[in-house]
Design a binder for this molecule. Structure first.
Ligand code: URA
Length: 216
């Protein structure tokens, strides 16, 4: 599936390497340790791709050979915000790339009375409006939680074009809805799936990401 109709969607290159990683985590017979290991590899690629979109400024570097290297420095501070629980699986991948990165959390759950997503908890860096924010949630299904979490960030003063929403798999429905709500947020994903089943799981998908990552 192409990302052509969408502005600001970065789909990881669909190399054999990447498709191989997805084949392992999508396989229903993959055991939990392998599910974690190969998901973590994909998460690392998503974080690296997100970092590629940060602004830089030129900086010349003198090397040990006495020659100049025309380099760059990253500009701006970043932080992560995970949507609890599944998004927490992506925190380590961000920490592995960005030492001492601050990470906030947002908890959204289905309200039993209305069946709609409800915000239960948020803990975010106080200076979040000055930061580029990596929003972490592995699966973009209906888009309800991601839209609510992004609203929380924007109400805290984060500009949409400073938000990077990282996920492993998007549904067509989820990406359409999310992109219509926030055309300036950059979505970084590794796979676009054709849809959702009656239980609102992505298809072909991989099942419940949080259960497969966290439960034995
Ligand atoms: N969350 C999951 O973990 N899996 C899906 O398919 C959809 C939402």
């Amino acid at each position: 599936m192409s990302t052509e109709p969408y502005k600001n969607v970065s789909l990881l290159p669909q190399t054999n390497q990447l498709v191989g990683l997805y084949s392992i985590i999508r396989d229903k017979d993959t055991a939990r340790p392998d599910f974690i290991f190969y998901s973590d590899r994909i998460i690392r690629l998503l974080v690296e791709e997100g970092l590629n979109h940060l602004p830089v400024q030129k900086r010349d570097v003198m090397t040990h050979t006495g020659e100049n290297f025309p380099g760059v420095d990253f500009l701006g501070k970043i932080c992560g915000v995970s949507i609890v629980r599944a998004g927490e699986s992506m925190e380590q991948g961000l920490r592995d790339c960005c030492r001492s990165v601050r990470i906030g959390k947002i908890l959204i759950q289905r309200d039993e009375e209305t069946a709609l997503p409800k915000l239960f908890y948020e803990k975010l860096p106080e200076d979040i409006s000055d930061r580029y924010v990596f929003l972490l949630d592995p699966m973009l299904a209906t888009g309800g939680s991601a839209i609510m979490a992004t609203d929380v960030l924007i109400k805290r003063g984060v500009k949409p074009d400073r938000i990077f929403f990282l996920n492993l798999i998007c549904s067509k429905e989820g990406i359409d809805k999310y992109h219509a709500a926030f055309p300036d947020v950059r979505i970084v994903t590794g796979a676009l799936d054709k849809g959702l089943n009656e239980q609102k799981y992505l298809v072909p998908g991989l099942g419940d990401f949080g259960d497969r990552y966290y439960c034995i």
